[in-house]
Design a binder for this molecule. Structure first.
Ligand SMILES: [Fe+2]
Ligand SMILES: [Fe+2]
Length: 401
């Protein structure tokens, strides 16, 4: 079995990477190419890169129809948090796949610095190296690259093989910039596969912060809310973005929904009734009895009107954060749970268990929160809102099914 290993950050994986893999299959007569997304690339520790799970999933999505291009799943090679040096990965491959003929694949730019990599000789002991050289480069560049390969081949024992091909001019940096600048699907899909583009759009990757300036919102909230409420708000935003990351949701959206969920909480009950009434927001009989519930409805309205949030998912999560609702969206659930478990909370009785459950099963965590909330309300003879009860019944049924 002859295998090429193509490492990289893949942020995002693009058509040029797939082309490289296909060229390597052909030119080195390989049986397979293994894509190895770096968990925490040693050379890029200061760069802002997308989550490793997201980069890994994009690689899987990009290769799903390729029969001989695979994505490495192992925690050892990819996906790990600490820097993963090439020599360690290649030695592990050599050990795990005895008898395989391994090739590490690298780009033209890497060859100039190869002798400065960590343990270059150990890399070459474990595998051969295929270097992609741009066939359209001018004669002197080609000559320089070939000389460099020759000198490395005599400096180290091992084999470095040039692969001449004509790459499509694409870079991940360029793709990220295009998306940040509002590039259309048509433009972006020239560079990434359709499925990768859908993934990027679904997760909201690389988008510029299209929301109102976060700093401005924070400043505004700090002025309006009392200090403990503002601390709670920041706690909810941070928790929401962690949960979003954990459940592969857009963390920027979750952060924004967390930040604004209590934006109307500075108003008294009377002010809430007036605010809703004067803005044409319907006030239910239950809300008349317990006007503090209105801060969600008023908050969603305020997020749109005062903070210019146009995203319906964010607005809905704010709207239902107090009582929940049957069949909540992932963002609704994230905000509902974050509101209960954020680090400044310390009174609820099963807080530790619910915090753990939040990262294991969101629906169970919701059910635990609703159970405890209802216990508390009924035990203290307080008013139980119909939606809270309805939400509880929905999630009890969900748990049973
Ligand atoms: Fe609230
Ligand atoms: Fe809250």
């Amino acid at each position: 079995m002859r295998v090429g290993v193509l490492g990289g950050t893949f942020d995002p994986i693009h058509k040029g990477h797939l082309e490289m893999a296909k060229q390597a299959l052909l030119r080195l007569n390989l049986d397979e190419v293994w894509i190895m997304p770096a968990g925490n690339p040693p050379h890029k520790s200061n760069f802002e890169i997308s989550g490793r799970i997201q980069r890994f999933e994009m690689c899987e999505v990009a290769c799903k129809d390729e029969s001989n291009i695979k994505v490495i799943r192992s925690e050892f090679y990819a996906l790990r948090s600490e820097p993963n040096y090439t020599y360690l990965s290649m030695e592990k491959f050599q050990k795990d796949y005895p008898g395989y003929e391994l090739y590490f694949l690298m780009g033209q730019d890497s060859i100039d610095y190869f002798d400065q990599w960590v343990e270059p000789q150990r890399i070459l002991n474990a595998c051969k190296i295929g270097v992609f050289l741009r066939s359209e480069s001018d004669a002197s560049t080609k000559e320089r690259c070939l000389q460099k390969i020759e000198s490395l081949n005599s400096l180290f024992s091992g084999e470095i093989i040039p692969i001449f091909y004509c790459p499509t001019a694409i870079s991940s940096t360029e793709i990220r910039r295009m998306i940040e600048n509002g590039g259309t699907d048509e433009e972006i899909s020239q560079y990434v596969t359709k499925d990768v583009l859908s993934y990027i759009r679904e997760k909201g990757l690389y988008e510029a912060n299209k929301y109102f300036d976060v700093k401005e919102i924070k400043k505004h909230l700090e002025e309006k809310l009392k200090p403990s409420r503002y601390m709670h708000t920041l706690g909810v935003a941070d928790t929401a973005s962690s949960l979003a990351f954990h459940y592969h949701y857009n963390d920027k959206k979750a952060y924004m929904a967390g930040l604004l969920h209590d934006c109307a909480k500075y108003m008294s009950n009377e002010e809430l009734l007036i605010y809703c009434d004067s803005n044409g927001l319907e006030i239910t009989a239950g809300e008349k009895k317990a006007p503090h519930l209105l801060h969600s409805k008023a908050g969603a309205y305020m997020a749109k009107e005062a903070y210019h949030i146009e995203d319906d998912d964010v607005l809905h999560a704010i709207l239902v954060h107090t009582t929940g609702c049957p069949n909540m969206s992932l963002l609704d659930k994230i905000i509902f749970v974050s509101d209960y478990i954020e680090p400044n909370r310390d009174k609820a009785k099963r807080l530790t268990e619910i915090r753990q459950m939040a990262f294991l099963n969101l629906d169970f965590a919701i059910l635990m929160i609703l159970e405890d909330t209802m216990d508390y309300i009924l035990g203290n003879n307080q008013y139980l809102d119909a939606t809270t009860k309805e939400t509880y019944e929905y999630y009890v049924k969900e748990k049973r099914s």
